[in-house]
Write a protein that binds this ligand. Structure first.
Ligand code: AVJ
Length: 323
């Protein structure tokens, strides 16, 4: 920590324990069974995700980086942003492309990463402070799906939501999230959104079911989270990782499919869950987008898409939208 770096804790100390309990209670007693993907990202899970981004089959990270590397100067020039606000900051590789361009242009004063992980914010924030000596970093530990409050960030603010994390939300959740975004942004602020695009289902399925089994380990890690945090007795080997293309909803779904009939105890929420053989627990949706429909859903929320870029292979899109 130094005088240019602060972290504000906006989550109550029992936030994780109580939301994980509520999510487990709700999702595991529902039919079909589901869990929100945010619980993948404990420390081992975050490491596995970093490994996923390097897999030959997992193109989204590289595709988005390709666009950012090419367009960051244009993004800086059109937004002339005084602050970069980043949701779910994650790896700072992509962030640096934006910080470099915004710094070179001379408008940037502030970087505000919002993330649920204090340790991720601390690690990234310290490195960025060191490497950008004119930058103030005001990080906030928060769940940006529910709290996006911005404070005194100098405008115009460039709010970046990268990695196609937007695809983890279903249509109703996206509507709520866009409304939250819309309320957080002022007239001269800009939204920078990364979105993975609809493509050959075989390419998509391979990206979520890689040959080295890293995504399988990532998927099953959520069971270890439940075992550790809620005292559950999931046997990860008793489930099979599956990536399925849902053609109607145009999304990849990750499922953990029970290999046999079994019962799992989750003492912390007083739950005993039965799985039939072949029954699935859906752990993630990863929606893939089309230009027209994404533009339309943003328009319905009060955003106008000003720029739309893709990588050369048109696998991934990066867009700028304004209120
Ligand atoms: C981080 C949500 C963008 O949906 O592609 C990667 C997560 N899941 N492999 C995605 C993920 C399985 C990823 N996002």
């Amino acid at each position: 920590m130094n005088d240019r770096f602060s972290i504000e804790q906006r989550l109550p100390s029992d936030y994780f324990a109580s939301t994980l309990r509520a999510d487990a209670r709700q999702g595991l007693s529902a039919q079909p069974k589901t869990l929100p993907p945010k619980w993948f990202y404990d420390e081992p899970g975050s490491k596995l995700f970093e490994q996923i981004t390097e897999l030959p089959e997992y193109y989204p990270t590289r595709a988005e980086q390709e666009i950012l590397a090419q367009r960051a100067p244009e993004i800086a020039a059109t937004t002339r942003a005084g602050s970069l606000v980043e949701l779910g900051s994650g790896s700072s590789r992509k962030t640096r492309l934006l910080l470099d361009a915004l710094t070179a242009q001379g408008t940037l004063q502030r970087y505000t990463p919002l993330d649920v992980s204090a340790s991720a914010l601390l690690e990234a924030g310290e490195a960025l402070c060191r490497d950008y000596p004119a930058l103030r970093v005001t990080a906030a530990v928060t769940d940006f799906e529910h709290d996006l409050a911005l404070h005194d960030e100098p405008g115009p603010r460039l709010l970046a939501f990268l990695g196609s994390t937007i695809g983890n939300l279903d249509p109703a959740q996206r509507t709520d999230f866009y409304a939250l975004l819309r309320r957080a942004l002022s007239a001269d602020d800009v939204l920078l959104l990364g979105a993975d695009l609809v493509k050959d289902p075989a390419v998509l399925v391979a990206a979520y079911d890689d040959s080295q089994g890293v995504t399988e380990a990532f998927d099953k890690n959520v069971l270890q989270v439940l075992n550790r945090e809620l005292d559950a007795d999931f046997d990860p080997d008793a489930f099979e990782h599956r990536a399925v293309w849902n053609a109607d909803a145009e999304r990849i779904e990750m499922h953990l499919v029970s290999r046999s009939e079994q019962r799992v105890k989750i003492p912390a929420v007083d739950l005993s869950v039965t799985f039939a053989a072949g029954e699935s627990l859906r752990t993630e949706i990863s929606t893939k987008f089309r230009r027209e429909t994404l533009t339309a859903e943003l328009a319905a929320a009060g955003f106008t898409v000003r720029r739309w870029w893709t990588d050369r292979a048109a696998r991934f899109a990066l867009l700028l939208a304004v209120p």
